[in-house]
Design a protein around this ligand. Sequence first.
Ligand SMILES: [Zn+2]
Length: 491
Amino acid sequence: MVRATQLLHPQREPVATRPAATVLLLRDTPQGFEVLMTRRSEKASFAPGAFVFPGGVVDAGETPPQAAVRETLEELSLRITQDSLHVLARWITDRDLPRRFDVTFFVARMPEGQEPVADEAEQFEPVWVRPADALARHEAGSFFMIFPTIRTLQRLAKYANVQEVLAACPGEPLWTSCPRAGLVGGADTRYMEHEMPFGELALVSPDGQLVHHLDWRADQAVPLLKNVTRITAPNPGVMTGPGTNSYLVGDPNTGYVAIDPGPNDPAHIERLWRTAGGDIRLILCTHSHADHSPGARPLQQLCATKPPVLGLASKPTARPASEFTPDREIADGEEVFVEGGGVRHTLRAVHTPGHAANHTCFVLVEDALLFSGDHILNGSTTVVDPPDGDMSAYIESLDKLRRACDERGIEFILPAHGYVLGFAPLAIAHLKSHRLAREAKVIAAMRAKPAGSMDDWVQIAYDDVPPRMWPVAQRSLLAHVQRIEALGLLG
Ligand SMILES: [Zn+2]
């Protein structure tokens, strides 16, 4: 767990939720299925003026299905039965909002022979609309909807008809979400758990307050905790995403550890130095690639105390541009720290070959944070490029990181490219299953074309990747092929 003393903002308890229920009534039309929506009163205390599905708070002694049936009758004079309801989803109102509900979303087929009549008090203008049309009208500014409504319609738009929707509802909610909000270009922007910025918002603002800016800017340091600041290098690109993330760990009393100074970009190096008040005690490099370690020596030179550069030396398999020698190698499991004012920040090395033979991750022990370098990224896939990259080593290192998460209660991963990732153990499990799924496709391609070339196999095994990415994908393909052959997986 992150130390409460390191959080940037004073925390307040989110408002308690009340149980609620809502129903999406669906009907088929020749042009696709429609859902019944109504406009909420402009005087409503929650989501005034928004187009919603009928529903409301679950009264004392009532179940969510009973509430859904009652509200549908009260608001729209429609009689539906409890056994026509299928659970679709569960939405818990965002932590920052003043009125919060824990809402079961049901779907049901509209019964024959009834017409909705709005109560003209809470609900107005009943309208049958196809999900895609509602979304298009919202986009055009003529059909106001709140976040859970939008996201629910986006998911429903994938189905062809009412039967498909009902068949897709297994009884448990298809998804459960309590969204989080950040600022993008100054505007309130919300995200579900699986979306890229969610973990970062959870780290910076556990209580959900709308305080964190998500814009990528190379010219500004981004505080994530009192003792963790991210400075992104001005090197965005296909391979680097928004740019390389350099991190500073420490505070004015302890001095700072710099992780991955990035490319040798003088403005970026100076920004790191300046943000640390010139007081950098240690420089750590996760690996030697050109967008990570070349800034280490210039940063060292800039600091009066010439802090040591620690990491692992590049192996003979590294390309010439990735040659790197630290002042001292850091051992697997070795801990280094800065301390002062009764506070210590400890970084523990976890050797993780795979992306590069000299790759190491670092755990900030006191706050259970994992600095993953390029081994785990947010928003892109790590390239495993032989011979310095090795797929079996990559997967074994994922297992090692997973164990570290379990042992240390690590929830957040701070990658060298992209936002902070949350749900660390789950994220690592997904990465591993993604690699093994790719491996299965490569095996299938090799079996389908035993005399085929890498060009043949990449088209089959990476058919979900745009052809312009195939030259890069071929490097990872080679890593898979080498692993498959080494382990005798073709049988
Ligand atoms: Zn790299």
